[in-house]
Design a protein. Structure first.
Length: 322
């Protein structure tokens, strides 16, 4: 894990920002609402940054897990809160960039209904195969898919989830067809690959790393722009010959619409301060999460870029949750 830490700690970080002298955070805790359950990557990020954020704000950060309906339970709760900065959502890319294209009657607008506050972390994904499948490379995976269209199965955490869209994008670009087997979570999908119930999947690296190291699954490619020092022999998606957009795995902090700019700046500064903390960096590295400090406009730009790329794909494939 030391190599993991060195790899992720080597990434450049912006220093903490000074809070505007005229602004002060309200004298109440900041409620950080999460669209995922305890034990998820989203939950891990929140629990790592909450305490140092609270020190920077002078108020505790309280975590509220509100999973359900692909993030809509948490988002509906956020929309009901006063725009005073004391309620924020730690959203994933799915809620802001994918859902608007997956659900025809989505009860929120990703721009109008939120105040963008701060990007927080990103996470690499990994393409793995079941040992029972006998597949040990991307070339073998695609060769078998071309020979027997639809025969190979892949697990996912559900229709419209990152684990689903990433495989569909690769299948589209490679001109092959797989059979999708959705589960109720990434853990169940990973178990299906380990047991051989499904042949392969794409999953957040941190979730599968223990099984990769235990040789319980076959790592095929890293869904990331560069190789990682602690997996030096694992090729990237591009090196494996897959010319498809990389699946983003970022989390960002948003508030309800109308949060005042001075309060946004205070919370943004608190996030940057937390991400600059060496202890936070070590803990994020332990779970293979990459700090991505930046401005509110940086987060908005990420949302718009990924919405454009993946939204076009979702519409072209006619993907809809069941």
């Amino acid at each position: 894990m030391r190599a993991t830490r060195r790899a992720l700690l080597s990434l450049p970080l912006l220093g903490p920002l000074a809070s505007p002298a005229f602004a002060q955070f309200p004298a109440r805790p900041l409620r950080m609402i999460l669209p995922q359950p305890p034990g998820s990557a989203n939950d891990a990020v929140a629990r790592i940054i909450a305490e140092p954020m609270g020190r920077a704000l002078g108020q505790p950060v309280v975590i509220e897990n509100r999973p359900g309906a692909n993030g809509m339970v948490a988002i509906n709760l956020l929309k009901q809160q006063a725009p005073d900065g004391t309620a924020m959502l730690l959203s994933g890319v799915s809620q802001l960039s994918f859902n608007p294209h997956l659900y025809p009657n989505l009860p929120y607008d990703p721009v109008r209904d939120f105040t963008y506050v701060a990007p927080v972390t990103d996470a690499p994904f990994i393409l793995i195969a079941s040992r029972r499948s006998g597949i040990t490379s991307v070339a073998q995976l695609l060769e078998r898919a071309r020979a027997e269209p639809g025969r190979l199965t892949y697990g996912s955490a559900g229709i419209g989830n990152s684990t689903h869209l990433s495989v569909e994008m690769i299948a589209d670009r490679a001109g092959v067809r797989f059979t999708h087997v959705p589960y109720s979570g990434a853990g169940q999908a990973l178990t299906s690959v380990i047991s051989g119930e499904t042949d392969f999947m794409i999953i957040v690296l941190a979730v599968a790393l223990g099984q990769v190291r235990a040789n319980a699954v076959a790592p095929l490619a890293l869904v990331a722009p560069t190789r990682l020092p602690f997996l030096p022999d694992l090729v990237t998606q591009a090196e494996a010959g897959i010319t498809a957009p990389l699946m983003p795995g970022w989390f960002g902090l948003v508030g309800p619409a109308g949060v005042a700019e001075p309060i946004v700046n205070l919370v943004n500064a608190a996030v940057r301060t937390a991400l600059a903390d060496e202890g936070v960096q070590r803990r994020l590295a332990d779970v293979v999460l990459v700090p991505i400090p930046g401005s509110p406009s940086d987060l908005l730009a990420r949302m718009r870029r990924d919405s454009e790329v993946w939204g076009e794909f979702i519409r072209a494939r006619g993907l809809r949750p069941e």
